[in-house]
Ligand binder design. Structure first.
Ligand code: SF4
Ligand code: SF4
Length: 458
C-alpha cells in the first residue's frame, strides 16, 4: 500500500502529517437513514426542550437540584436518604453502557448523542444553508471576501442564539424553569452558579461548534475511547463490505466504483473503506451516500451497511444472535429492577431503637417500661401527623414524651417514648415488641425492637 493510503494507521483523519488541523468540509447526506436519524433527533430535541416545562401535581417532571441535594424524577422527590438509589443507578448505568456497547457498538454516538445531533443535524445544516456546500465553503475559506465575513458573522450569530437558548434550557433541569425565570428576573444576583454555567456553557458551545467540532468525538469523548476495548467481532458496526467492494475502481470486478461519495459525507473525515477506525461515530451518512451510488450503477444496496466484522468476513447477514438476546434481556432486567426500586420506595422512613445504655424502669408495682428513640425521615413536601401504635404485645401501652410525632416536610423528626408492659406478661429476660406507624388510620410502616425485663432466664 502506498504511504498516502496508509495514513489512517498513523494519525487521525483530521490532522496532517505535521499534526496540523485538516478541516472537514462534509457534504450533507440524504437517504433512508438520514431521514430516520432526523426523526429521532427531532423527538429527542423536543423532549430536551419540553421536559423542563412539564409538571406533575405541581412538581417538575424532572429536576436535578444538586445544590439543594434533591432530585425529582417523574414527579417523585428523592432526598439524600435515597443515596443508595443513586449508587445503584450509577452501577446500573456502567453495566448498561458496557453491555449496550458490546452488542450495539456506537449506536448511541450516531443516533442519540447530543454532540452528533447538534453538530450534524442542526449546525452543519445551518452552515450549509448560509455558506453553501463543501466546495463553496472551501473556496470561501481560501479566498476571503467581504461576503465571507458577513456570512460568517451571521452564522456565528445564529449558532450563538441556538447555543444560548439550549444552555438556558439545560440549566432549567437543575434549577427548574421557574427558577431560571426568577434568576433572569433578578439578574442572576442570587444565582452566581447558574450565571457561571450559562457563561461557561455558551462559551464552550461556541468553541465546540464553530471550531473544535468533530474533534470532541475523536479526541476528547471518553465513551468514544472506551469503545475500542468493548467492541469485538460480533458487535454491530457501520462497515464497508470489502469482500464485495474490492478490487475497487471503475473497470474492476469489485462493486466499489471508487467515487469517494462515502468520504465526502463523513463528518469525521475518514474513509470507511480502510476498516473500522476510532473516528467513526457510526452516523450512517456513508451508508446513505453509497446506497444512492449503488442504485445508480444498478448494484444491490448495502455495500456499506450495519453489520459486524464477523458478518463481513463470513458473509453472514446481520441477525439477532443468542448473545444479543441474552444481553438485551439483562439490560431490560436492570432497568426494570431500578424502576421497581425507585417507585417502591416510601415517602417516609422510620427507625425505632431501644435507648442505648438504658435497661428497664419499674412503673409502680405491677408494670415495667423501656425507653425508645424514634427517628422519622419525611421525604414528602407535606407535614405528617403520625401515630406510633404498639401492636405486640397487645396489652402494653405507649407513653409519648411530649406529643405524637409530627414529621416536618423534607426533614428528619426525632423523639422518645416509653413502652409499658404489665409484669405478668414478662415471660423472659428479653421480649420482642412490634409497632405500627399510622397516618390517617393507614399503616405506613411496621417496626420491631426488643424489650428488656427484670426477669432472669434460667
Ligand atoms: S465512516 Fe460513515 S458512519 Fe463512520 S463517521 Fe464516517 S460517515 Fe459516519
Ligand atoms: S460510496 Fe460506495 S462506491 Fe463510492 S467509494 Fe464509497 S464505497 Fe465505493
Amino acid at each position: 500500500m502506498a504511504e498516502k493510503e496508509i495514513y489512517f494507521r498513523d494519525r487521525i483523519a483530521t490532522s496532517d502529517d505535521q499534526g496540523r488541523r485538516r478541516w472537514v468540509f462534509a457534504k450533507l447526506p440524504t437517504g433512508k437513514y438520514t431521514t430516520r436519524r432526523n426523526v429521532v433527533a427531532l423527538i429527542l430535541l423536543t423532549l430536551f426542550f419540553v421536559l423542563p416545562h412539564i409538571k406533575i401535581q405541581g412538581e417538575p417532571f424532572l429536576l436535578l437540584d444538586i445544590l439543594n441535594r434533591h432530585f425529582i424524577l417523574f414527579g417523585a422527590i428523592f432526598w439524600p436518604q435515597d443515596t443508595y438509589l443513586l449508587g445503584i443507578t450509577m452501577l446500573t448505568l456502567v453495566v448498561f453502557i458496557i453491555l449496550f456497547t458490546v452488542i450495539y457498538g456506537r449506536l448511541w454516538c450516531g443516533w442519540a448523542c447530543p454532540q452528533t445531533i447538534f453538530m450534524e443535524i442542526i449546525f452543519r445544516r445551518i452552515e450549509t444553508w448560509i455558506e453553501g456546500g463543501p466546495a463553496k465553503q472551501k473556496e470561501a475559506k481560501n479566498h476571503k471576501t467581504l461576503s465571507f465575513y458577513i456570512k460568517r458573522l451571521f452564522k456565528y450569530f445564529v449558532f450563538f442564539t441556538i447555543i444560548f437558548l439550549s444552555v438556558n434550557n439545560f440549566i432549567s433541569y437543575f434549577i427548574s424553569f421557574d427558577g431560571l425565570l426568577k434568576a433572569w428576573g433578578e439578574g442572576f444576583a442570587n444565582n452566581n452558579i447558574a450565571l457561571g454555567v450559562l457563561i461557561a456553557g455558551t462559551t464552550a458551545g461556541m468553541f465546540i461548534y464553530t471550531w473544535f467540532r468533530e474533534q470532541a468525538c475523536t479526541i476528547v469523548c471518553p465513551y468514544g475511547r472506551l469503545q475500542g476495548s468493548l467492541v469485538d467481532n460480533d458487535t454491530i458496526i457501520v462497515a464497508y463490505d470489502y469482500k464485495r467492494g474490492e478490487p475497487r475502481g471503475k473497470n474492476q470486478q469489485g462493486d466499489c466504483i471508487d467515487c469517494k461519495n462515502c468520504v465526502a459525507v463523513c463528518p469525521t473525515g475518514i474513509d470507511i473503506r480502510n476498516g473500522t477506525q476510532l473516528e467513526c461515530v457510526n452516523c450512517t451518512a456513508c451508508i446513505d451516500a453509497c446506497d444512492s451510488v449503488m442504485e445508480k450503477v444498478s448494484k444491490p444496496k448495502g455495500l456499506i451497511r450495519y453489520t459486524s466484522e464477523k458478518g463481513i468476513k463470513e458473509g453472514i447477514k446481520l441477525h439477532f444472535t443468542g448473545r444479543m438476546a441474552f444481553y438485551t434481556v439483562v439490560l431490560g432486567a436492570l432497568i426494570i429492577f431500578l424502576g421497581f426500586l425507585m417507585f417502591s420506595r416510601t415517602e417516609m422512613e422510620t427507625t425505632i431503637l431501644r435507648t442505648p445504655g438504658m435497661l428497664y424502669q419499674a412503673q409502680g408495682t405491677d408494670s415495667t417500661s423501656n425507653l425508645y428513640n424514634y427517628k422519622i425521615v419525611n421525604k414528602s413536601r407535606k407535614e405528617l401527623n403520625l401515630e406510633i401504635k404498639l401492636v405486640e404485645p397487645s396489652d402494653g401501652i405507649i407513653k409519648m414524651v411530649g406529643h405524637s410525632p409530627i414529621a416536618k416536610p423534607e426533614s428528619a423528626t426525632e423523639g422518645v417514648f416509653f413502652v409499658i408492659l404489665p409484669n405478668n406478661k414478662l415471660t423472659s429476660h428479653k421480649l420482642g415488641v412490634k409497632f405500627h406507624i399510622i397516618l390517617d388510620g393507614k399503616i405506613m410502616e411496621e417496626q420491631t425492637a426488643s424489650f428488656l425485663t427484670p426477669k432472669t432466664n434460667n
